[in-house]
Design a protein around this ligand. Structure first.
Ligand code: SF4
Length: 295
């Protein structure tokens, strides 16, 4: 993995008493607020951002969590051949950290990105940068219809029928692609949303048509802070949109700054829905329907 990627996060423990939060982020949740406060401390306090990966020692708890995930990946990868495990990546922090750890064992792991055509320019640029510098084995999953074709046929579905839009641009291409693998890695976390509280670290996920794929969510019980601290530890750059105050980042028309300080996903779909559907099982293969998504 390239050492030329510069970290965008400050070291932990930089929160000062006179921190000024950036405009528009003061209504974030406690954890998100703290993270942004730390970042703003770097700016307000005059301390320069580090120009080399932060290699501070990890606290013992996080070190144990990291060892657990590495062990889990090692054990699970031993059960499937090269090319039989894929990783879905929205290029948010959890997915990129999981990609980093998975590539320690499988540098050529297939990476699936849902290229809806509606992502932020920053997301596409970041995807392209990481793909080039980390030499990713990336597949951009395209919907059957281009954005222009869909809008000509149905208008702006993300406004009138976001469920149908997500179905066409995310669920269909993702399920079709994942059905070709035996194992599916995701960066999902229970803490991300109430709809994810039943998330299991390992689950059998039933796809339409009856195919079952072994789904791994190694960060299921991790906190946002765990993820960000480990990203800093490894010197992993994050999607620049976090700097603008976004706490959950999907398609541009359906993503705003969070509106609920206790819900990092409150900026998604303007409250019309909470999940796009790619993690909703076709049936009760692993304990019934439940929604668990990271995109
Ligand atoms: S997130 Fe919005 S734009 Fe993206 S596929 Fe779903 S409804 Fe469409």
């Amino acid at each position: 993995m390239s050492e030329s990627l510069l970290p965008t996060l400050p070291p932990s423990g930089l929160l000062g008493a006179d921190v000024q939060l950036a405009s528009g982020v003061s209504n974030l949740g406690d954890e998100a607020t703290l993270l942004f406060a730390e970042r703003e401390t770097e700016k307000v306090g005059g301390a320069p951002l580090p120009d080399a990966p932060v290699q501070e020692p990890l606290r013992p708890e996080l070190e144990a969590q990291l060892a657990h995930v590495r062990g889990l990946l090692r054990d699970e990868f031993a059960t499937v051949g090269e090319g039989e495990a894929c990783l879905t990546c929205s290029f948010q922090a959890e997915d990129v950290l999981l990609l980093h750890l998975a590539m320690e064992l499988r540098p050529g792991i297939p990476v699936l990105f849902l290229d809806t055509g509606y992502h932020f320019r920053e997301t596409y640029d970041y995807r392209d940068r990481l793909t080039a510098e980390w030499h990713l084995h990336l597949t951009n999953l395209l919907p059957r219809l281009t954005v222009q074709e869909q809008e000509s046929a149905f208008g702006l579905l993300y406004q009138t029928d976001p469920n149908k839009c997500c179905g066409l641009r995310k669920v269909e291409p993702l399920f079709e692609a994942v059905s070709k693998y035996r194992m599916w890695l995701t960066g999902l976390r229970r803490e991300q949303a109430r709809s994810r509280t039943a998330l299991k670290e390992i689950d059998d996920f039933l796809l339409p048509g009856g195919v079952v794929v072994r789904k791994l969510s190694p960060f299921a019980d991790w906190s946002t802070r765990d993820v960000w601290q480990l990203c800093a530890y490894f010197g992993i750059p994050l999607l620049p949109l976090y700097d603008a105050g976004y706490t959950s980042i999907g398609c541009e028309p359906c993503t705003t700054l969070p509106t609920d300080p206790n819900d990092p996903r409150s900026g998604r779909w303007a409250g019309k829905k909470v999940e796009c559907g790619i993690h909703i099982q076709a049936g009760p293969a692993g304990g019934g329907d439940h929604a668990t998504e990271s995109t």
